[in-house]
Design a protein around this ligand. Structure first.
Ligand code: FES
Length: 564
């Protein structure tokens, strides 16, 4: 007699299954729901792939199994879902021999590749839980986070018709923070960034990328044309020049120079955001790899072309015409010095307190006295951080954003000068100083910087402070009084940030402050970050709740039983 090898493990008696209609069995660590429907027998994972509802309590009709919790539907034959917020239902091959039902438990799909596809679904359809589940698995496979980051970057840069904006900036800020966070928060950081990319892309106009010019083109010409196209707000022409420059082999420095020059040809574009976006796009390429430059940098053309120019803003024209003062100063810009200049503290005071013309003269004098471009930029960034560190809560709440814009712009200019110094970008330092000056009444009366005090620097107190509204000064006191490793303070600030619902500006503030702290070894930027974070906490924390659901499901915890 011919014998054949049966697949899998015996799971149940066919007669018993037909009698009961469905049976739940535990096999090799799986909880499996066996279903007898007509002549067929099916075996599926009993946990709904959405949030774990026990599927033996679902309903089968016309070959479709419906989960009762959120009504996701699954084809029993293939396990495929009709509801993308869920996932494919894991089904197991079944064989029947006599009265015995056998189930094949052999793992079949590559979970990492599967979650890469699911990440794409989550991004396209803006489904946070799907993104969270994918981020957790992808970060396990690649703890650097680069794989997940790269996928979000590509999606956002290709997808959004209006180009680079908040979502990709959030994603890049979080990616920059990842190495500074506790390991178990890395996936949460990517989740926040990726979901912001998805949210921003949802429902927007799609982007149709342009091909580079056919044939050879000279990067130098392309750079000049790009600048002229941005000047006349021709985003299409600018995008073609930019992608052609990438394809023509322009160096990273040339590309950065093209973008930063266009970003400083007019004053303080879009309240400072546009230059910060340029800086973040370049930082994103440093992480993801410059082979993505064409698609990523192409997304900068529209923001550069269509940004509001502060020449058009009343506060930059009246009562003092700052634009005219700046144009005059640009015409007299000396060559930056070699560095190791010692006038920093005095210059910071001048930027914070003096009138506009006097500030500009002090900046030019600092260059003549030997300040390098980066040293000058760093002094202005420090003054901008001081505005936040001394921001009194008597201001209107929205004023925090004004001070924040100046700080992130100044930081972006400084990072740009470290990457690709130029006389054109140096103009951004003077713009940033004028913005610090415009913000001066946001420091009236200036809050005093707190004195360190024993017993006030306990890191575990920070999350408790941020459970209550407006503990701004207490948060600053804690930072000043903290005596431990700065890395632990930064990781704690990061963990507190990740508890809250997305606030683009808070994310920018913390990220820029961490960068400044690391460059200067000075606590002031972290005081600014803690105060800003405290002013914007607590939120509903609904986004973190979604992430925590994904994490619990990933660990195999049973969500449904606990809420039943
Ligand atoms: S649809 Fe099944 S748990 Fe949500």
């Amino acid at each position: 007699m011919e014998t054949r090898e049966l697949i899998g493990t015996r799971a149940a008696s066919l007669e018993e299954l037909r009698e009961k209609g469905r049976i739940v069995v535990g096999l090799d660590g799986h909880t499996i729901c066996l279903l007898a429907e007509g002549d067929e027998v099916y075996a599926v994972d009993n946990r709904c792939p959405h949030m774990g509802f026990p599927l033996h309590r679902g309903t089968v009709s016309d070959g479709i199994l419906t989960c009762h919790w959120h009504h996701a539907r699954f084809d029993l034959c293939t396990g495929g879902t009709f509801d993308q917020f869920a996932d494919e239902l894991r089904r197991f091959p079944v064989e029947v021999e006599g009265d015995d039902v056998y189930v094949d438990l052999t793992p079949r799909r590559d979970p990492v590749e599967h979650q890469r596809r699911r990440l794409q679904v989550g991004l396209e359809r803006n489904i946070s839980l799907v993104v969270a589940k994918a981020a957790i698995v992808l970060l396990e496979a690649d703890p650097t986070g680069v794989d997940a980051f790269r996928r979000g970057l590509e999606f956002g840069a290709r997808r959004r018709g209006d180009g680079w904006n908040r979502g990709l900036t959030t994603l890049t800020c979080f990616m920059n923070l990842v190495p500074r966070l506790q390991a178990d928060e890395h996936a949460a950081a990517l989740y926040h960034g990726l979901t912001d990319v998805a949210l921003e892309a949802a429902g927007g106009e799609p982007r149709f990328p342009l091909e580079p010019l056919p044939g050879e083109a000279d990067p130098e010409h392309l750079g000049r044309w790009f600048r002229n196209f941005i000047e006349v707000r021709d985003a299409e022409g600018a995008e073609r020049a930019l992608v052609s420059a990438v394809r023509a082999g322009a160096t990273r420095e040339q590309l950065a120079d093209m973008l930063f020059t266009a970003a400083t040809d007019h004053r303080y574009l879009e309240g400072g955001h546009t230059l910060d976006f340029v800086n973040k796009a370049l930082e994103a390429l440093d992480v993801a790899g410059w082979e993505h430059a064409e698609v990523v940098l192409a997304s900068m053309a529209a923001p550069l072309a269509f940004s509001t120019r502060m020449e058009e803003a009343n506060e930059w024209r009246n009562p003092v015409d700052l634009v005219a003062l700046l144009e005059d100063a640009f015409g007299r810009l000396p060559e930056p010095g070699p560095g190791s200049w010692d006038g920093r503290a005095e210059l910071v005071d001048t930027i914070l307190d003096a009138e506009a013309a006097e500030i500009l003269e002090a900046l030019l004098q600092a260059l003549r006295d030997g300040a390098s471009a980066v040293e000058l930029a760093s002094a202005v960034t420090y003054a901008a951080a001081m505005r936040i560190a001394r921001f009194p809560t008597t201001n209107e709440f929205g004023d925090w954003d004004t001070a924040l814009h100046t700080f992130t712009f100044a930081n972006g200019v400084e990072q740009g000068l470290r990457r690709a110094p130029s006389r054109e970008l140096l103009r951004g330092v003077l713009d940033a100083a004028m913005s610090v000056h415009l913000d001066r009444f946001l420091n009236v009366p200036a809050t005093r910087l707190p004195e360190p005090e024993d017993g006030h620097g306990v890191l575990t107190e920070l999350p408790l402070l941020l459970d209550k509204q407006q503990r701004v000064d207490e948060a600053a006191k804690l930072v000043v009084s903290y005596r431990g490793e700065p890395e632990e303070l930064i990781a704690t600030l990061g963990a507190c940030l990740l508890r809250e619902d997305r606030n683009f500006h808070t994310i920018q503030c913390v990220e820029a402050a961490v960068r400044q702290h690391e460059l200067l070894g000075d606590a002031l930027p972290l005081i600014a970050a803690a105060r800003y974070l405290a002013a914007h906490a607590p939120t509903d924390r609904s986004q973190r709740q979604t992430y925590d659901i994904a994490r619990r499901l990933h660990r195999g915890e049973n969500l449904y039983e606990e809420v039943a």
